[in-house]
Design a protein around this ligand. Structure first.
Ligand SMILES: Cc1ncc(COP(=O)(O)O)c(C=O)c1O
Length: 394
């Protein structure tokens, strides 16, 4: 007996990167030596203090449901961290703890989007921002982030996409997949547009602590007129290497919190009790651990940018955030999917075709440098040879 899935499921495709991933895993299982550059998760262990804190929490019997909003201690610690690091002005009541930014995205969109509402979304982007509004019956309308514009926003294009159905804008800064960081001037102009058109802004700042070359982060909610309309999404997965702990948060005005908590309470109830305790430790005691990881990413990025730019036929700009490099392969005459397949088959390198992140990603490959320097060195040597062979028509 086959049951008919809900019609809206038809709008939810499997990820476009699945074909390459599955092939890479099958090749690895068959004994091939694959270098993985596709994974968007840190290669470091979670800092010891955080693990210890979770153990202590369990031993102390913190094994029950918490408030839907999150524990008072974690909400207060998040508000304090935001105020200190971003110059925000939050109280604990402005915070809701979630099962990662993924769940925060769903709650925020489900609480505000009606059928037919339009949401401005970057192109390219982490694909949840296309598929979540689509699943909710809303319409993602993309705005371009182009390399020739240093992956900043083209405001003329952005404003031309605003209609009387536009309710929300998504901003991901630093960006997955480009590794770009919006300048202060970009953020200020963006804030003016949000205010002028009365938009709700979803500001995904999950990579905000992973900045390089002295780059500075501007938190959208802190700009004039933005605190009242911004849902800031923050996380622990990337900076603290806690992807498997499933913890994140959103910060917003209290009326927005009371709307999103209704979605949250009927989906997940609350985040795990002991993970919330450990997250307080992350915020209060682990700045040094984050800095050690950040410095390692900085070294890897410097190495990769130099090495990749020395390979004839490909190039990259100078990304200053997250742990991704968006490599321009336009001169090679293959689509990004063809190129990803070519590198997998010929160089045993797994990476993500840029087209998986939206149409503006065509012509690029996303490399994650959340992997060891040795692996990156091996990868560069293999990519250099494979591209030289391709250009030589071998
Ligand atoms: C931009 C962005 N937001 C959110 C997430 C998911 O975060 P979490 O693990 O907190 O759900 C990712 C993961 O790759 C991401 O790249």
């Amino acid at each position: 007996m086959e049951f008919k899935t809900a019609g809206r499921m038809n709008a939810l495709p499997f990820s476009g990167i699945r074909a390459v991933m599955e092939k890479a895993n099958a090749m690895q299982a068959a004994g091939e030596n694959i270098v993985h550059l596709e994974i968007g998760r840190p290669d470091f262990d979670t800092p010891e203090k955080i693990k210890k804190s979770a153990e202590e929490s369990l031993k102390a019997g913190h094994v029950f449901y918490t408030s839907n909003y999150g524990t008072p201690a974690l909400r207060a610690a998040i508000a304090e961290w935001e105020n200190e690091h971003n110059g925000a002005n939050y109280e604990a009541a402005n915070v809701m703890v979630t099962i990662g930014v993924s769940e925060a995205t769903w709650c925020a969109m489900d609480a505000y989007l009606e059928e037919g509402d339009e949401v401005l979304v970057p192109n390219p982007v982490w694909l949840n921002y296309i598929h979540v509004p689509t699943a909710l019956g809303a319409k993602p309308v993309t705005y371009s982030l182009k390399e020739e514009n240093d992956f900043q926003i083209d405001f003329e294009e952005l404003e031309s996409k605003i209609t009387d159905r536009t309710k929300m804008i998504v901003v991901v800064d630093p960006s997955n997949p480009t590794g770009g960081v919006f300048s202060r001037a970009t953020m200020e102009r963006l804030a003016e547009i949000c205010v002028k058109h009365d938009l709700i802004a979803i500001s995904d700042e999950i990579y905000e602590q992973l900045l390089y070359d002295g780059e500075k982060h501007t938190s959208l909610a802190t700009l004039p007129g933005m605190a009242e309309r911004t849902i800031k999404l923050g996380g622990f997965s990337k900076a603290y290497s806690m992807t498997g702990w499933r913890i994140g948060y959103l910060c917003a005005p209290k009326d927005i919190i009371s709307a999103v908590v209704r979605v949250h309470q009927y989906t997940v109830t609350c985040a795990s009790s002991f993970v919330q305790d450990a997250s307080v430790t992350a915020l209060k005691e682990c700045a040094e651990d984050v800095e050690i990881m950040r410095q390692e990413y900085q070294k890897r990025k410097d190495y990769l940018v130099k090495e990749l730019n020395s390979i004839e036929g490909i190039s990259t700009n100078h990304p200053t955030g997250a742990f991704y490099i968006f490599v321009n392969i336009k001169s090679l005459g293959k689509t990004s999917m063809e190129m990803a397949e070519y590198l997998l088959e010929n160089a045993k390198i797994a990476l993500v075709p840029g087209s998986a992140f939206g149409s503006e990603g065509e012509g690029y490959l996303r490399i994650s440098y959340a992997t060891s320097m040795e692996q990156l060195q091996e990868a560069c040597a293999r990519i250099r040879k494979a591209i030289a062979d391709l250009r030589a028509g071998k």
